[in-house]
Design a protein around this ligand. Structure first.
Ligand code: GLU
Length: 366
């Protein structure tokens, strides 16, 4: 059910590695672990971290910043400023065909317009693929990845039984069970530029961690996604690899993002482990903003782009006031700094936030 009209409606745990691959050291700050990759549980290692905690704002320029994205970035920024975390701005622009021209610069301008700032960046992932190639070489040298020529339809045709549906972006990738591995998967190989997908040998084991918002998690990515693609046939890293390499090299210790990526956290923990790097960041996954139909905020709910509200005359303090009310605070115009002073994670609702026509009307009221 669309909101009204359409033009402008609103639309810590246990974390210690108990199993680890033979991937060896990877960059500064790595701590080697002890191995057997097939133990049944990976207890994620979140610490200890150095004195300065670091987070990142990581917009993808695949579309315009809407109220839902703005809310996640603002909560992330506010927690960082409250707690003295460094902030790195990273543009996740690797998904070439899905990127929209100008969307990265526009996202940066809108974050600034809302009153956010950062201490480092913007880094643009697509500018230099060498750090990701280096990670692939390490995974290949440890026998943890293999080239795979199978197409999506071949994988789906081969799947014998329906699989658990993972949350978030995993829904777009077919489950890849170990039976489909090609002969030779698991052998030590040399990674080179390629027109094949490369997949990670996903161990069949539970990954356990405590999410700072969502609580204790026990996820088995082999059952949901299977051997995931870590390098694509477009000859660039897939999201899961890029995010792990970048969070590690940028010293990220705190990740705040939407809970559509909760399942990805288990896959990312598996990659930290396969690369022999630790500790992983602490994750805080927040419930998404949805439309009145309960589906994640998107075009079908009308125009919820922050830019459209700005162009229609809503100031940043009005947009932040709406986001504040979505976080359990009073609904009133406020600056980003006031929001950072007032935000308390324990008042953020634990269920999805519904963006209503009244929210839209409030944003535009003079
Ligand atoms: N770039 C992703 C997004 O805009 C966020 C990924 C992440 O936080 O790990 O949704």
């Amino acid at each position: 059910m669309p909101l009204r009209g359409v033009r402008r409606v609103c639309s810590g745990i246990f974390v210690r590695i108990v199993s680890q691959s033979s991937g060896g050291q990877f960059g500064a700050g790595s701590r080697a672990g002890t191995i057997p990759p097939d133990q049944d549980t990976l207890i994620v290692d979140h610490g200890p971290h150095g004195a300065v905690e670091t987070t990142r704002l990581a917009p993808s320029p695949t579309g315009a910043l809407h109220l839902g994205n703005a809310r996640t970035f603002l909560v992330n920024w506010a927690l960082a400023r409250q707690r003295g975390w460094r902030i790195v701005l990273r543009i996740e622009d690797l998904d070439g065909p899905r990127n929209k021209p100008g969307a990265a610069d526009e996202a940066i301008q809108l974050l600034e317009w809302l009153g956010m700032d950062w201490d480092e960046g913007p880094h643009r992932q697509a500018h230099d693929l060498d750090p990701y190639r280096d990670a692939m070489s390490r995974l290949a040298a440890a026998g943890r990845v293999y080239a795979c020529e199978l197409t999506r339809s071949q994988i789906e045709a081969a799947a014998s039984a329906p699989q658990e549906q993972p949350s978030g972006d995993a829904g777009r990738e077919s489950h890849f069970p170990p039976e489909l591995r090609p002969t030779g998967a698991g052998e030590v190989v040399r990674f080179q530029d390629t027109e094949s997908n490369w997949r990670l040998m996903m161990p069949d084991r539970e990954v356990r961690f405590v999410d700072e918002f969502a609580g204790e998690q026990r996820l088995n990515p082999q059952r949901t996604i299977g051997d995931m693609v870590v390098w694509t046939r477009r000859n660039e890293p897939a999201y899961q690899l890029a995010v792990v390499v970048d969070d590690h090299r940028h010293g990220v210790t705190r990740v705040v993002r939407g809970d559509d990526l909760l399942d990805s956290a288990a896959r990312q923990a598996t990659l930290y482990n396969a690369l022999g790097i630790s500790p992983t960041p602490r994750w805080m996954h927040l419930p998404l903003v949805v439309g009145p139909d309960g589906r994640r905020l998107a075009k079908r709910h009308g125009d919820t782009r922050v830019m459209s509200y700005r162009d229609a005359g809503a100031g940043p303090e009005r947009v932040i006031g709406l986001i504040a009310s979505w976080c359990g605070l009073e609904r009133r115009d406020m600056s980003a700094a006031e929001f950072a002073g007032a935000l308390r994670p324990d008042t953020i609702p634990r269920s999805p936030i519904i963006c209503t026509p009244e929210d839209d009307a409030w944003l535009l009221r003079r």
